[in-house]
Design a protein around this ligand. Sequence first.
Ligand SMILES: [Zn+2]
Length: 396
Amino acid sequence: MATKRSSLSTKQQRIDRVMTLMAIRGKSGEEQGVADFIKKQLIKAGASKGQITEDSAHRRTIIKGNQGNLTLRLPGTVKGPRRMLSAHMDTVPICVGCEPRIKGNLVTSVSEETGLGADDRAGCAVVLSTAIDILRSGLPHPPLTFCWFVQEEVGLQGVRHMSKAILGNPAMAFNWDGGVATKLTVGATGGYRIRIEIDGIASHAGVAPERGVSAISIAAVAIADLQQNGWLGLVEKGKQKGTANVGVIEGGQATNVVTDKVIVRAEARSHNSKFRERIVKEIRAAFDRAVKQVKNVEKSTGSVLWEGRLDYDSFKLSPKQECVQIVQSIFKSMGHDTSLAIANGGLDANWLNAFGIPTVSMGCGQMNAHMVTETLDLTQYLLACDLGLRIATVDD
Ligand SMILES: [Zn+2]
């Protein structure tokens, strides 16, 4: 096929794509509308239905979603190792219903109550724009896989449960998520999620409070213990660093009852998996101690039921990995400096690396992700689109 450089997306088309994608409702587990839009655009650009695959990851995830991971797989027009480009389709709930608005070079949400969802619809738009340009232009390219993941924001569930066969065995991957376009994330922390069910003893709060064991008191004592001993928030012990957070407390129905059930949800992270395990152990010990401390008049105590699971393990790529070198050399040729970073959050790249696919992640200009002040820098986004196209093509 003849090369048609004139058929590459214009700046305006790239911007229109990200604006449309950010406005689609699609929190974790509800990505179908996003996937439908992407599929339609791919088919319009010339993809055949056989090149597009959706898996059933959403039936294996914790929240049963309405959409699986979506891929477009293209054979190469030139020989070479298969390259994969990816991003995640879901947003955090605060972004649902957002109306994006451009002001100068920045995009924000019109309402002060909604976030933008540029994390990670801007990434979706980078991968989509690249796919469309490859389909339309006939530019020479190695075998390519474009992948849009579901359920990233709820503990990397989409990638974790994906059918690896739909990827077509890529030799390396390039993932776009939040942040600056020229920042290459080559490692990320591992995360552990904890659910603690505290059982106390119910009693009338006015008539016989001394016979009750308050599950709320147990939670309060445990959390205060962690706070006072430096095991919550930023955790620093000697040279070791990590984080811990109690993010959810649910319990109680009335003020006149000593509460007998509380659910606490917490997490721990560290680049060092041994230290992360230590933090988890400290959290558990604090709840076990708290249970023993809160007793009723009959010296009865409550109990805790502990559930924990590793969401993803930490990883660190060598800067010599081919995917890292490719991005660095493209940016260098464009006159941009790059930086290498280790992320404190989990990324789909954590699992891709665990599956044996070396994966580097870049941002596309999203700032203040997960907040109502979330902003997308369009210059950065367009730079990410330029990078995507360069990664997917080979110089002729
Ligand atoms: Zn993200």
